[in-house]
Design a protein around this ligand. Structure first.
Ligand code: FAD
Length: 474
């Protein structure tokens, strides 16, 4: 029997929506199954609310520190309820882009409910059997909850509940010092809460070089965040507004931390349970989908994209992997997931942006490399804006080919894109040195750090000749 649809997508978040919209616009007959609301984590519990919250927090921080800029400082009166109302209103403004009406208007059959495969070619939801030539699993991820004694019976926040807070938070302990934990820690400390961060590992932002992470750590400490690094959460008890967390350091010493709120940000877990993957014959390894480079599962007509499909759990990766799935599933073009040039940003202040190899990775992988840095302190625009913490770092091969870049500083997430292009085009540091950068911009740091490599790259003979020319000219 002919399948009813060309494409059936399970999960209507960042990845699933791109596949659905593009598939329908290309004339495919598309079904989209969503168990909750179209839009997914990014819109409701992730990127959009977190960046909106951080913006309010930045404003409060600026008010407190206005005297540095010649303006009378104020201790802002923060109303968390009103701040979260603004978060909700930003979500509401963006929401129509992901509305079921919009997708139905494109010809997509939007079906609400959560279902499961009953065989490799049939997904059943609300009693309806959906047959399709190709399936796409795009069910995203949720907060991974660590097994801490007492946690299951104690109230705690995650990214799925924190944006619903109505009352001010006196003290929040954040479990986890990755991007989500640190963004939330800075947001709450700037909004007037006492904030502590508990991290099992010895450092924060474990994917970044330690000198990069150190800049963020110093800034957050200066803003009043307490860090318990190398501390393992052992036990939690108490009730709403009165919690006690017991942590243990690497020497086995325990201490009790008291708090009003606990926010769990200890990683992500993919949503793959209850999809009937066994009935579909889709293989898993350690709870993760087994995928080839074209994002096909062990059933070649069932694909995956977004957070379920890889280690880089970002909205832009969900969009990228959605594109890979489309090219493979609809056009039968052998498209593969980008592995080399993947940028990301942690939106603390200062921001941390990365693309390509870090210095640590280059060392670990035994890749011949050199690292060059340039401080924001020496960038005039950074001085003008009083945002001088941080630096740019590039990693190059022996002949100057760019291998990676990291920026920790103001607007790092915007400035990094020059390196994204440079890496994708396999350029050298000297190519960046040749480009005129507008004065005074923060992006000038990209040229300055490349110049550092250029200066070093001059041969002794070239240096001798330059000296001679200057001597001749007096
Ligand atoms: C606090 C936070 C901040 C973040 N900030 C950023 C950021 O600044 N930049 C960035 O790039 N990324 C950020 N991310 C990551 C980003 O949100 C995710 O990478 C992105 O949403 C993944 O898209 P996705 O399509 O895989 O999953 P999602 O967008 O989560 O969509 C999955 C969808 O599948 C649905 N679903 C789940 N199970 C089923 C089922 N059984 N049946 C039917 N439907 C189902 C869900 O309801 C959901 O709608 C952040 C994440 C968090 C948590």
């Amino acid at each position: 029997m002919k399948p009813e649809f060309d494409l059936c997508i399970i999960g209507g978040g960042a990845g699933g929506l791109v596949v659905a919209a593009s598939g329908a616009s290309l004339g495919a007959k598309v079904a989209l199954v969503e168990k909750h609301k179209l839009g997914g984590d990014c819109l409701y519990y992730g990127c959009v609310p977190s960046k909106t919250l951080l913006h309010s927090a930045a404003l409060a921080h600026s008010m407190r520190n206005a005297a540095r800029f010649g303006i009378e400082a104020h201790t802002p009166r923060v109303n968390i309820g009103a701040v979260m109302q603004r978060v909700a209103s930003v979500i509401k403004t963006i929401e129509p882009n992901d509305s079921p009406e919009r997708f139905r208007g494109m010809g997509v059959d939007v079906i609400f409910g959560s279902g499961q495969f009953i065989d490799p070619h049939t997904f059943t939801v609300n009693g309806r059997h959906i047959t399709a030539k190709k399936f796409v699993i795009a069910t995203g991820s949720r907060p991974a909850i660590p097994s801490i004694q007492g946690l299951y019976k104690t109230p705690y926040l995650t990214n799925e509940t924190v944006f619903n807070l109505h009352e001010n938070v006196a003290h929040v302990i954040v479990l986890g010092a990755g991007p989500i934990g640190l963004e939330m820690a800075q947001a709450f400390v700037r909004l007037g809460s006492q904030v502590s961060v508990v991290q099992r590992g010895a450092g924060i932002l474990p994917k970044e070089d330690s000198d990069v992470a150190a800049v963020v750590l110093e800034q957050l400490r200066n803003e009043g965040v307490n860090f318990y690094l190398g501390h393992t959460p052992m036990q939690v008890e108490g009730a709403d507004g009165d919690l006690r967390l017991t942590v243990q350091d690497s020497d086995g010493q325990q201490k009790n931390l008291h708090t009003t709120h606990l926010l769990v940000a200890t990683g992500r877990q993919t949503n793959l349970e209850s999809l009937g993957l066994e009935a579909a014959g889709v293989g898993l390894n350690n709870g993760r989908l087994i995928l080839d480079a074209r994002l096909r599962t062990t059933q070649k007509h069932i694909y995956a994209c977004g957070d379920v499909a890889g280690h880089y759990q970002f909205t832009h990766m969900a969009e990228h992997t959605a594109g890979v799935v489309l090219r493979n599933a609809l056009f039968h073009l052998p498209a593969k997931v980008e592995q080399r040039v993947i940028p990301w940003c942690t939106f603390t202040d200062p921001e941390v942006a990365r693309v390509g190899l870090s210095e640590t990775e280059a060392k670990q992988q035994g890749i011949a490399h050199k690292a060059y840095t340039f401080p924001f302190h020496d960038i005039d625009r950074a001085q003008a804006e009083g945002a001088t913490h941080g630096f740019a770092k590039i990693i190059t091969g022996p002949k100057g080919k760019l291998l990676g870049a990291a920026l920790v500083g103001p607007h790092a997430g915007e400035i990094i894109h020059e390196y994204v292009l440079a890496l994708s085009q396999r350029l050298k540091a000297s190519d960046l040195s040749k480009v005129i950068h507008i004065y005074p911009t923060l992006a000038q740091i990209n040229r300055r750090v490349a110049d550092a490599r250029l200066k070093e790259g001059l041969t002794p003979m070239a240096k001798k000749w330059i000296k001679r020319i200057f001597q001749l000219r007096g």
